[in-house]
Ligand binder design. Sequence first.
Ligand code: HEC
Ligand code: HEC
Length: 338
Amino acid sequence: MYQKTKIILAILLSFSFTQAKDMQEWLRPSEIPQPKNNKLTPQRIELGKLLYFDVRLSSSEKISCATCHHPKHGWSDEIATPKAIGHEGAVGSRNSPVILNTAYQNRQFWDGRAKTLEEQTLKPIEEGVEMNMPLSILIPKLNAIDGYVKLFDIAYPKEGLNKTTLAKALASFGRTVVSTIAPFDNYIMGDKNAISKKAKRGFKLFKTKAHCIDCHEKFNFSDGSFHNIGLNDGELHGKELGRYVVKPRASWYGVMKTPTLRDVTKSAPYFHDGSVQTLVEASSICANGGRYKYNVKNKSTYIKDRGLSRQEIDDLVTFLHTLTGPDMKLKIPTKFPQ
Ligand code: HEC
Ligand code: HEC
């Protein structure tokens, strides 16, 4: 009898332990990751914020980083478009991703071609279809603005105002753009009523039958890896090479980074090509074997027809809604250094 109770107790204990561990995976890391040579300071973040919203960083003086990654639109395009619209209305080749939680990513861009935010951040400035501003012109332009020279000197003493410090300042602000506490976080932290029954069913499907967790995992709902989810047919038509651009291996054709699902309700349209308007459609594509089910070269083996009913897709989408928190508290600058 005694023995039996002990066994039952042990089973119960290990069950609640694994359950707690299972929940812990989803918790927010205690600190925002930051490189040793660019630790976050209030001065760096504030400077980066001014630069982020300053249209003088573009050749037309009409476009800032916020044009395509705006806080009022879940950090994606200010005016939702399937593909980014930049300099003089030029249409880029991809949908603007949200810049939420990029601090937690070890690769930037849909194809991961930049490793760090510092490396990533100067590219849109020079890109012809984005801000169209050569750094050889921008750096002297900023050095002629006394207000900026002073702020760089305070944020990066003795480092000067050059492309390295410009990248560091922008990256510092970028790192602070993190998701706020969503109902899901309260649920994970122990408030059992923070999300509805339907959302709980959705979460369960997410982790089990629907296999979303195979790629959208942990706090940021991304494995940081790259997959082809069958959005296009097997032929690449020479268009979207995906990660192949970085690593020219056949298996990387058309493969893209798993995006975060945090605040995903705010950033339609979806996918790298902005081809989908709703979360129901996006989730159905991911759960039911991709848009193109057969003969897609490199399609991930995690993308299979999971046989989800409409009701189950609905539960999943209700769960995705619990990942949206209130907008981050932020004062958008209206006055810029002169
Ligand atoms: C014209 C629109 C546009 C402008 C302006 C723009 N971006 Fe982007 N941004 C994009 C697009 C499109 C991508 C995805 C490109 C790709 O993956 O090839 C992107 C990607 C990113 C990423 C990577 C996110 C991820 O999850 O991989 C970051 C970070 C970022 N931009 C920050 C910035 C900053 C900082 C600025 C200002 C210096 C800026 N962007 C200006 C459109 C824009
Ligand atoms: C094989 C890995 C994988 C699995 C499994 C997976 N996803 Fe994704 N998901 C991705 C990738 C990669 C993208 C971006 C694809 C692209 O744009 O080419 C994506 C994009 C999305 C998007 C669009 C996000 C945005 O900002 O554009 C949503 C929503 C989504 N997935 C939800 C789900 C749901 C719900 C499930 C489970 C039914 C799921 N995913 C299963 C890898 C996966």
